[in-house]
Ligand binder design. Structure first.
Ligand code: NAP
Length: 551
């Protein structure tokens, strides 16, 4: 089939230093750093423009749950001074505008090819190079590949029987139509109660005639207390930005959260409640920094969970609905905590129903709607807010083949294994930005992205300066890192929840805790120490060595 005129371009072929997959915040900064090193690079992305997750997640109410003054690039003082955020927590359209502002400012798009899917990447052991192919006929020989594919980019649509038979419209929050959706006067079903659902339900309920929410597991959500950005608040960062950014890089989550270094359970009840109350009033995910042991000690965690449940009961008028919405199946914070604007209050509206599907799963999509427990619910539109094949999905679907014909999908079938979340043994010269095994989704993503990009760029500079063209994680280092990651994860309450961190949302996916929970600051120091020790745990080799081996 021929391409429409606006999509036509000549395939890119030949040799290049680096192929970057993904034009989100990771791919954008990686390209900028590589240009600074004088290396040739090209970025491929399926989207029509930059922005990654903020390009795709255009659902109503989409908003970042990290404050914009912190969820933004720190590498360029001019950019961080010149960009003005309009709200404390920016919405998706503003974050996408910001990504485009940075792309314009750094003239990034001339080395990007959009509407292009990478369909395969194969490592050639004879040359130490990758052959990268796309669905637009590009075939490149790359010295290195950098996968900037994002942790939450492979949207997951459950395989309910009959999904193609529905006569209305079906949407997934992670793949929202660019022209937007008008729900005015419609009956809407929403499946899921994770972050995307919790943000979109109040906005959809405002518009739709009626909305029915299908809840399998209730989640804990904290009010965002979003507000317009004031000049004073922006100045409180901008006047001292380098120092604040440096401080954030050494925190546990890459976020300035003003952590309280006291134990919840050892704090007298009245004082404890006052702390929770103050955190609840100031809003946001930093609620979990109220005490130092909420993710380690079940008894401490219970006090925070019960506090939030009491808030839910106070907000939701119908006691039966309130009980359904109050989470009891997992410790607070062990599934990604949500941040909302009026989520619980939305269930007081007469046009909002809640259906508990914890014991009676959705049986099928029917031509009219959804069937649960033999009962049919009729809709004009169904919104699946059902999440992602997180952390590994984008990578294992890409057709990556490393040494000895081993595919990444096969290697990771029992669970993702990496060294530092940066490389995986058997796949030389392939870096991942915020890969599994790094703090990634447990952190302010832009802080972690910048750290990885800087580490990778410095590493490529190191190799080039020494005439080396190959780097690979050793199996021993990888095994030790995976063991360490598991050990740290099991000192916390996180593995007790059936979360997407554990792969539990995808039927058949191995239950392995994927992100590294040792903390952003400690992880950064470890990465720096490894680099300073000549890239300990990595095997580095040069072109001449490969030539000698081939003789
Ligand atoms: P999610 O957290 O994985 O939530 C998916 C929801 O769909 C869950 O309630 C899940 O129930 C439900 N679900 C999945 N399959 C189902 C099925 N077959 N039947 C019924 N229910 C089903 O996905 P998400 O809300 O898109 O969020 C993913 C992550 O993206 C977040 O955790 C966060 O890291 C990020 N995010 C961030 C923001 C933000 O910055 N504010 C906004 C949106 C997303 P179970 O819990 O029972 O599996």
């Amino acid at each position: 089939m021929s391409q429409p005129a606006e999509l036509q371009r000549a395939p890119v072929t030949g040799k290049i230093d680096v192929v970057i997959v993904g034009a989100g915040f990771g791919g954008m900064y990686m390209l900028h750093r590589l240009r600074g090193l004088g290396m040739s690079a090209i970025v491929f992305d399926v989207a029509t423009g930059v922005g990654g997750t903020w390009y795709w997640n255009r659902y109503p109410g989409a908003r970042c749950d990290v404050e914009s003054m912190q969820y933004s690039y720190s590498f360029d003082e001019g950019i961080q001074q010149d960009w003005q955020w309009s709200e404390v927590f920016a919405g998706q359209p503003e974050i996408l505008r910001y990504a485009n502002f940075v792309a314009d400012r750094l003239d990034l798009r001339r080395d990007m090819r959009f509407e292009t899917r990478v369909t395969g990447a194969e490592f050639d052991e004879a040359t130490n190079r990758w052959t990268v192919r796309t669905d637009r006929g590009d075939v490149l020989s790359a010295g290195f590949c950098v996968m900037a594919t994002g942790c939450l980019s492979a949207a997951r649509m459950p395989d309910f029987p009959g999904i193609d038979s529905f006569r209305g419209k079906i949407y997934h929050t992670g793949h929202w139509p660019h022209e937007g959706v008008d729900f005015t006067g419609l009956r809407v079903g929403v499946v899921g109660t994770g972050s995307s659902a919790i943000q979109s339900i109040p906005v959809i309920a405002d518009q739709a005639a009626h909305i029915t929410v299908f809840q399998r597991t209730p989640n804990f959500s904290i009010p965002s207390r979003n507000r317009p950005m004031t000049e004073d608040y922006a100045r409180s960062f901008k006047d001292v930005y380098p120092a604040r950014r440096a401080e954030a890089r050494m925190t546990r989550n890459g976020i300035l959260a003003n952590p309280n270094d006291q134990s919840a359970i050892e704090t007298p009840e009245a004082d404890r409640l006052a702390v929770y109350e103050q955190r609840w009033e100031s809003g946001g995910t930093t609620f979990m920094a109220a005490f130092n042991d909420l993710i380690f000690n079940k008894a401490s965690n219970d006090t925070a969970a019960e506090f939030v449940r009491s808030k839910i009961r106070a907000m939701v008028k119908d006691p039966a609905k309130a009980e359904l919405l109050a989470p009891t199946s997992h410790p607070i914070g062990t599934k990604r905590i949500c941040v909302d604007t009026d989520y619980y209050l939305t269930f007081n509206r007469p046009n909002v129903d809640l259906v508990d599907i914890s014991d009676t799963p959705i049986e099928a999509v029917t031509p009219l709607g959804l069937r649960v427990g033999g009962q049919e619910y009729a809709f004009d539109a169904i919104v699946f807010a059902t999440g992602f094949d997180a952390m590994t999905g984008a990578l294992t679907r890409m057709g990556i083949v490393g040494r000895d014909g081993m595919t990444l999908a096969d290697k990771w079938a029992p669970g993702a294994r990496t060294y530092l979340g940066l490389m995986t043994a058997g796949f030389p010269n392939m870096f991942m930005i915020t890969g599994p095994g790094s703090p990634s989704v447990l952190s302010n993503m832009i802080v972690s992205i910048e750290q990885h990009v800087d580490w990778i760029a410095d590493c490529l500079g190191h190799l080039r300066d020494r005439g080396l063209d190959c780097i690979e994680a050793t199996l021993d280092a990888e095994n030790a890192w995976v063991d360490h990651g598991n050990e740290v994860a099991h000192t916390t309450l996180y593995p007790s929840a059936a979360s997407w961190y554990m792969g539990a949302n995808i039927p058949g996916k191995p239950r392995v805790f994927m992100p590294y929970i040792g903390g952003v600051g400690a992880y950064r120091l470890k990465c720096d120490e490894i680099a300073a020790n000549g890239y300990e745990g990595f095997a580095l080799s040069g072109a001449d060595k490969v030539a000698a081996a081939a003789e």
